[in-house]
Design a protein. Structure first.
Length: 148
């Protein structure tokens, strides 16, 4: 696979993911914000460095995103009880429930909308191979983190 093809695939997959999570329209958030929001939803009371490690985003970006989301009222920032120099981040319950609900949407309909000319069998094969690719990438990332 050529690097250019990988970039094109990444753009296509990003659009499918945005459609699957209903992250479209005027209130659409960017991919980094979405990653941080979903991570905090799945791991309440996390330290910024934990969100950074899990998302793979730069710590400065995670800090800016969480601060902006806190200013908007979506993220709750509290001092870390074990180290007052650090903070812990969580979501209010309504935001957390909405984020998890959207993140857990199946991608089937979004894939079908993105590639309407494929047969049902081809779309099922595509979805299967995407899931396999994701599993392999997650496995490699977990192994990398355990080596650290």
């Amino acid at each position: 696979m050529r690097a250019a093809d990988l970039h094109r695939l990444a753009r296509e997959l990003r659009e499918i993911a945005l459609r699957a999570t209903e992250n479209t329209g005027d209130d659409r958030i960017n991919a980094g914000e979405l990653a941080v929001l979903e991570d905090i939803a799945r791991h309440p009371h996390s330290a910024i460095n934990e969100v950074t490690r899990r998302t793979g985003l730069a710590q400065s970006l995670v800090s800016r995103i969480t601060r902006a989301m806190a200013d908007a009222g979506a993220v709750i920032i509290e001092p870390d009880p074990s180290d007052r120099r650090k903070v812990r981040v969580s979501l209010d319950e309504a935001t957390r429930a909405a984020a998890l609900d959207r993140a857990d949407n199946p991608a089937t309909e979004a894939i079908a909308a993105a590639v309407p000319t494929l047969t049902d069998e081809q779309r099922a094969s595509l979805e299967h191979h995407l899931a396999e690719a994701a599993n392999l990438l997650y496995l490699a990332a977990e192994e990398e983190q355990s080596d650290d």
